[in-house]
Ligand binder design. Sequence first.
Ligand code: AMP
Ligand code: MG
Length: 400
Amino acid sequence: MLDFDLAQKRLSEAAPAPTGSETCPLDQAAGRVLAQAVTALLDSPPAHNSAMDGYAIRAADYAAGKPLPIQQRCYAGDVPAPLVPGQATRLFTGSLLPEGADTIVIQENCREADGQVEILQAPQKGQHVRWQGEDIARGTEILAAGTLLDAARVALLASQGMPEVAVLPRLKVGILTTGDELVAPGQPRAAQQIYNSNGPMLAALVRGLQAEPARVLHAADEPQALRAAFESLLADCDLVLSVGGVSVGERDLVKPTLEALGGELALWKVRMKPGKPVALAHIGGKPVVCLPGNPVSAYAVFALLVSPLVRRMQGRSELFPPVRKAVLRTETVRQDSREEFLRVQCRAAGETTELIAYRHQGSGAIGSLSWAHGLARIPADTPVADGTPVDYYDLAHWLS
Ligand code: AMP
Ligand code: MG
């Protein structure tokens, strides 16, 4: 049985980052990965402008009780004339700062009458001006290659006037569920059957990582059906995930099927709970990862062991989201011979964060997944009592 950390590292290195890039319109770029670093073409802001509604003046022209004539009104989108010494320009948020002005006085501190403005409070020179380039200087790198684009990064690219961006190809993932007892949601279910939750779950997990669940197949526990399904997915996808049938039961036929397809088993069984039956093979140069059938185990294995590999194959530079410490709340002392990952909710408690474990931690308890915010790690062979700080894996990060 392989150690959890070693398994995580090995899986993350099981395939290379993609090569080649494609051009993507900016309005479809969220969720794509940058193929190249992006350098600022413009200063940001590109010109000095006002942060407030008010009046632009030269700070040196201020004198208490002495109104300044209003030279011009300048709205956002207008081009103001240079400021005449001793005068003021009426302007608004986003208006360009007239040449010669160095200070904005907010309208709440002014009284305007008869074409003049009286400033009611001594201004600080430079106040409320957004200076050209104060946020971003032209020529600096604003986004690194391998960055996953999100709304904030799309906004940044848009602010630079970029209508499209070079991105890496989207990773295609094939999903195979196995088991004679399974029936698809929406189909009639006999008493001995259960609904297939892993298929929709894995497709959603893959989509959550911004990869494409290109195909989802189901195969009965039968060698020919399994073989045909693997072959078909390998032909169309970059990475194949199978779920179930990988343990040591009589009907666990996934491992022999991979071997029959020429797959070299690079890893089998990981010392973790939930989890354990996890396999990695390469067939025709493509990685196949086999996950345990229990939905809770499949979910945890996907988050902790598969997601770094998916990120690597997407070309993302950050493979491992942060793990932080938080205090475990537990009624019993926890200990197991495997690395254990408890489904927990995270709660602020004064200066610290507490982790509260779901009451039923069995690997069949699918309700624990929608309840949990994250996974708390209990080290193997180590008794962990109430109040102990443990590693916390926030699923919001590990599944994105
Ligand atoms: P297996 O590893 O195939 O023995 O499956 C372990 C457990 O997970 C069994 O109780 C299966 O019925 C269940 N299981 C396997 N695949 C799925 C699935 N796609 N959806 C829901 N439960 C599953
Ligand atoms: Mg099965």
